[in-house]
Design a protein around this ligand. Sequence first.
Ligand code: PBG
Length: 328
Amino acid sequence: MNIPVRLRRLRQSASIREMLAETTLSPAQLVQPLFVTEGTELEPVPSLPGIERIPLRQLAAHCRRLHKLGLRGVALFPKIEPALKSADGREALNPDTLVLRATRAIKESVPEILVFNDIALDPYTTHGHDGVLTADGTDVDNDATVSILVEMALLHARAGADFVAPSDMMDGRIRAIRESFEAGGLARTGIMAYSAKFASAYYGPFRDAVGSARTAGAAPISKATYQVNPANRREALREAVLDEGEWADIVMVKPAGPYLDIIRDVRERVELPVAAYQVSGEYAQIHAAAACGWLDLKAVRDESLLAIRRAGADLILTYFAEDWAASR
Ligand code: PBG
């Protein structure tokens, strides 16, 4: 047969496939989310197989291991004692709160690993929302929350965080934080904005891990008045463009796998590095199917990460980071 264009020519050996791979993945592009506790024992999170909450005193050693594997960044999330939670989340502004001690511990012993600190009130509030509520208790108060988040971000920057990562989706918080950093002599601290963060049902296992899923006996909370409607693509782009204009250093799309179109759109519209967060539910569903014997864990893990890179992400926050780097 005369078929001059034969695409299979370029697929016929492992060498040629490897040489012509359009997308690659390296450990420096992966950020490992870490849950930290006050406890003395590693605490498994049942809905996140292979992920454990790490006691503060083991955290630095853990980060050194990650750095040896080639990883260059961690994202810190505290699981605080329920007794420290309140309606206004005031523990977030305690200068000695768990996550700030964790940040200092890492920066003292493994300064070369980049630390990304989540800025939002949900680990600290009894109601699990990312901010403080309005007087009638029916919604999250945008401007009051921004003022608190600015104070929180300053504490994190002074503790040594390389990046603060506001995940709250309040309007105007990126600009407010950048201006306070400039005024406060913290010009070197970066901002990774959770820009296009959707009101997703894929955050379930994360909320188990930090204990923000629900107040005792109450229904799971909805964050739909501040996180983006999963139906909306143009609105997600507006968020990313707005955060670029508010001087974010990195913008993020979250979740990642179900939102590859948004990652691609953001990649094409902003000049900043684009991060994507492969969230807890994406990780959990791959593990669950693999545990049933229905999917090949490693192959699907690798394909899911490659797809996120192919869509246009420069870096990926993923619970697979350590596992991927170790099994390379
Ligand atoms: C908190 C925050 C959430 C995640 C990261 N930061 C949860 C939420 O918004 O309820 C989710 C991460 C994940 O699911 O892995 N603002």
